[in-house]
Design a protein around this ligand. Structure first.
Ligand code: BGC
Length: 743
């Protein structure tokens, strides 16, 4: 028998709570039940409460009294607190100075790394490499857990089709299949196979649900979408996270079709628990219970608390509503104490699974913290992930040869732009405790890579404002150089939460700078850093080489230098469509045909007077220094019956001069349905490496399951009829074969 922490109140309980965690679920239940039987209603509600510490601020409201609340048992969980030293003291207070000594959960937004920062999630999505993304999550967990954390508010799996929305940076783009694969991979990466492992974190899938579709791309705005689109496009990644065993779910700020999710039983109970079988704990987003009042569904905080608790919320993040009103609601008979127990059990079960009852200090080891932070495996992976995330959008010849890779013989390089010598912005949004001191800048990376070249660096202008006073020197430097590398784009606050934009052009006067530098006639490579697709038509038209680097994190400069020099052949492809202008938004690949599809000859068809329908760069697009040739698509049959499958094969050959990776994509179109179907839907992809001249056979198997959708009666099934299978390098591929699903 092992004793828990030495607090008087626990001694009674300890007599029954022994020998976990090697025991099974029955003993876990017994332990939790006996602990529960010792708790007052107030202490129970304290376990349903999560407050931010003063360490970091991620929302509008701060409760200054969190220490006092821990001591009084009113606060059982904390977020925005980290480092072993800081969290140890708070844990000590909870364990040694409260009546029952129940340990705290420590949550934090470990979104794309903790101290070592990996590329923003949207960038990593462009790797089309769930294995790599899983490793990012696992290493982020390792570093964060070593820093005293045991819970992350990630993965963020909100599908987004609108780049005006700043939080598009945090997700995996527009596609439900790709999004689901990453959701699954990230949960597995964070949680590993055992939550009590000191190198893992409990994950929290967010923001459930459909937070990524606010009207007009404005953060926190209304979501009003058809049930069919919600089910087919937006819900699959959350479901994938639940299937992967995610420990917690965060209810989102937004309303869906009139009901704020934090008050939605339909989402938090009927879908999440009853339909998907989620057994873990539901936490709200930051004060989202309180926000039920401005939403206009709650009269006051007590009413808000009632709605949220009834809907299925277990834990109140930062709002103090459960703390202040749940006991009253129980005393009035609105809820029973058994209702409260159900929620508390989920919280205690999580603490149990994390091993916190076994050793509340298990994540609080200074030696481990020192050994793990910025360790070689983290720094190495930060480089690998950054290299695999940057998308080469354009590489046209200048004087007969493609501008990239940059030759070692180049003598004078001008590196210009606000991101040239920048450590903070390249880490992107939600870099939380990312350590700018460890960041390799673009300048540092290029100097290491091109030691023989003279590299001169100027900022030229800032991210905001109209100051062009730096232009003259930048233009003059460009004019005297053999090559200009322009490091331009968004700063880390121009995407992310509460960072929606209505204009997606380069911010500030960077476009003017770009045009002036171009006028000098010196060849320009644009390296764009951003948290979202920007509207870069002019750049696409005039600049010969464009590398979209996103916000790549700690190893920014090394990764950019590796790609520009050709030491790394770019392989990423867009996980999100790039619009030509804001007016086209939303523009995404899996759209419908309409009754009047585009026809240039016919005015009365679906088009614009002033822009094409097609985006600037389609979903799935990205270049390599190699070129790839696709053979004909051959299916092994022309028809299948229910339960059957069909395989299509295609050979892909590297016709370039260097080894490279190609992401081969397979899309399906259902030609006639009881409801309209998208023009294309991604059903599979394969990332292959090919030496020059090498050829590989790539195969995709399509089953009846892949053809299912919500039919006219909202039944999820495949309908017999004719289908197309497209295989190619991006979503605008034209080559297809047809097959029939038999009756
Ligand atoms: C964000 C969440 C985040 C939470 C805690 C909120 O404002 O929407 O994504 O997890 O703050 O920091």
């Amino acid at each position: 028998m092992r004793l828990l922490m030495i607090t008087t109140g626990l001694l009674l309980l300890l007599a029954v709570s022994c020998d976990h965690p090697e025991t099974g679920s029955a003993q876990k239940e017994k332990f939790i039940d006996s602990l529960l039987s010792e708790m007052t209603l107030e202490e129970k509600i304290g376990q349903l409460t999560l407050f931010t510490s003063g360490w970091d601020i991620t929302g509008p409201v701060l409760n200054e009294n969190y220490r006092q609340d821990i001591l009084s048992g009113r606060c059982g969980n904390l977020f925005n607190a980290h480092t072993v030293a800081y969290n140890r003291e708070l844990q000590r207070m909870a364990v040694e100075e409260t009546r029952l000594g129940i340990p705290l959960l420590f949550g934090y937004d470990v979104i794309h790394g903790h101290r070592t920062i990996f590329p923003i999630p949207l960038a990593e999505a462009c790797s089309w490499d769930p294995g790599m993304v899983k490793k990012t999550a696992a290493l982020s967990a390792k570093e964060a857990a070593a820093s005293g954390l045991n819970w992350t508010f990630n993965p963020m799996v909100d599908i987004a089709r609108d780049p005006r929305w700043g939080r598009i940076a945090e997700g995996s783009g527009e596609d439900p299949l790709l999004g689901s694969l990453y959701a699954h991979a990230r949960v597995e990466g964070y949680q590993g196979t055992d939550l009590s492992d000191v190198f893992t974190l409990a994950a929290c899938v967010k923001h459930f649900a459909v937070y990524g579709a606010p009207q007009a791309g404005r953060d926190y705005h209304v979501v009003d979408l058809s049930e069919r689109t919600i089910r087919e496009v937006y819900l699959p990644p959350y479901k994938a996270a639940v299937d992967a065993g995610v420990a917690t779910v965060m209810s989102s700020f937004n309303e869906i079709n009139g009901v704020p999710v934090t008050a939605s039983k339909a989402y938090l109970t009927d879908i999440l628990r009853d339909k998907w079988g989620f057994k873990g704990m539901v936490v709200t987003d930051y004060t989202s219970i309180n926000e039920l009042i401005p939403h206009g569904v709650a009269e006051d905080l007590k009413h808000a608390g009632e709605l949220a608790f009834r809907a299925g919320v277990d834990m109140d993040m930062q709002g103090s509503v459960f703390n202040d009103y749940l006991a009253e609601l129980v005393n009035e008979g609105v809820f029973s104490e058994e209702d409260v127990n159900r929620a508390v059990k989920r919280v205690l079960a999580l603490k149990y699974d994390l091993g916190l009852f076994d050793d509340p200090y298990r994540y609080l080891d200074e030696e481990r913290e020192k050994a793990v932070l910025y360790s070689d495996e983290l720094m190495e992976h930060a480089l690998v992930a950054a290299r695999k995330s940057m998308v080469l959008l354009k590489n046209e010849p200048v004087n007969g040869t493609p501008l990239l890779p940059v030759q070692q013989s180049v003598k004078k390089i001008a590196l210009i732009g606000p991101l040239a010598d920048n450590r903070v912005d390249v880490m992107g949004t939600w870099h939380a405790s990312g350590d700018a001191g460890k960041v390799v800048t673009v300048e540092e990376g290029l100097r290491k890579k091109f030691p023989a070249a003279s590299i001169k660096v100027l900022k030229g202008c800032d991210f905001t404002g109209n100051d062009m006073s730096g232009f003259r020197a930048a233009i003059s430097l460009a004019g005297q150089s053999d090559l200009v590398i322009l490091a331009i784009g968004e700063n880390h606050q121009q995407s992310g939460e509460a960072a929606s934009r209505t204009c997606l052009d380069l911010p500030g006067v960077q476009q003017q700078l770009l045009e002036k530098i171009h006028e000098t006639g010196t060849p320009v490579v644009a390296v764009v850093f951003a948290g979202r697709p920007l509207t870069i038509n002019w750049m696409d038209e005039h600049i010969p080489a464009i590398l979209y680097a996103w916000h790549p994190g700690t190893r920014t400069g090394d990764a950019v230098a590796d790609i520009l020099s050709g030491d790394c052949n770019p392989s990423a492809k867009l996980a999100i469509t790039f619009p030509r202008n804001v007016g086209q938004i939303p523009v995404f690949y899996n759209t419908k045909n309409t009754g009047r599809p585009f026809n240039a000859e016919n005015k009365y068809t679906s088009k614009y007077l002033d822009a094409l329908n097609e985006p600037l760069y389609p979903f799935g697009y990205g270049l390599s220094y190699s070129t790839f040739e696709y053979g004909t698509i051959s299916p092994d049959k022309n028809s299948i019956s229910a339960g059957d499958s069909l395989t299509v094969s295609v050979t892909v050959k590297n016709t370039g001069k260097c080894a490279g990776e190609e992401i081969v994509q397979c899309y399906v179109r259902d030609l006639v349905g009881s409801v309209t179907r998208p023009l294309k839907e991604l059903k599979g992809f394969s990332k292959i490496s090919l030496d020059p001249g090498e050829e590989k056979l790539v195969q995709f198997t399509i089953t009846e399951d892949d053809l299912r959708f919500y039919d006219i009666n909202m039944e999820y099934r495949a309908e017999p009829g004719e289908f197309r299978i497209y295989v190619g390098p991006h979503s605008q591929v034209d080559e297809y074969v047809t097959f029939t699903l038999n009756r």
